[in-house]
Ligand binder design. Sequence first.
Ligand code: SAM
Length: 252
Amino acid sequence: MSADLPTAKTLPPLTPGTLYLVATPIGNLEDISLRALRVLRECDVVAAEDTRRTGQLLKHFEISKPMLSYFQFNEAKRSEEILERLKHGEKVALVTDAGTPGISDPGERVVRAAVAAGLRVESVPGPCALVAALTASGLPTGEFHFIGFLPHKSGQRRKQLEALKEFAGTLALYESPYRIEKLLGELYEVFPDRTIVLARELTKKFEEFLRGTPGELIALVAKRSLKGEFVVLVSGEEDVPTDNADNADETR
Ligand code: SAM
């Protein structure tokens, strides 16, 4: 495989009538890809979850582009508009606030509609908190189940966790910092012997991985409050260590 980076002369132009799903940094701006920057520069319009936030990102990279807002509560209406634009040959870049569109973020609806309409969809891969957390967690990566955010209601949360008790692979969840203690309590009830990995503030200055059983992590959280963004990983049914050597007081 050639290690040469493509130059502006060798790169093919963007394809008209294509929806580009552009992954953006989850904390560290260096994680934006060269291709993401080119797509953002060369597209006709950027569909953004939050135009103010994406505006800041574009400004940082000295890109000026028309934007339209595309978020959870206007997805249906905006999807139609995006489809019309694609049918007229426009190149539309879809970005969310951070990470990969469609992963616990808007995107799925317009992608499904575009695919159903026979339109072209391209992924411009890059940062994704799930992948960053899982791959550095030290837990098995071969088989995993991504839950995204659990529902807010206690009964529903518990039911969903219980249903995953038999799953052999690693479980991965997103959780808000306000509910991390609640989640650890629930994991203590449902998965008391499993190894939990809290992947906190990935790609940012205070990134850390906290490992231990739910009980060990509850003790840790009682000593220091944990802020920031989290991905929570739970070792699979078949990956319970006989001697849980991880020391939850230690950050690795
Ligand atoms: N689409 C995004 C992705 O590709 O990862 C996820 C968006 S979702 C609305 C936001 C959640 O992702 C956060 O609540 C947190 O659970 C997780 N997350 C995002 N950035 C993170 C980071 N830097 N460190 C840890 N977790 C992060």
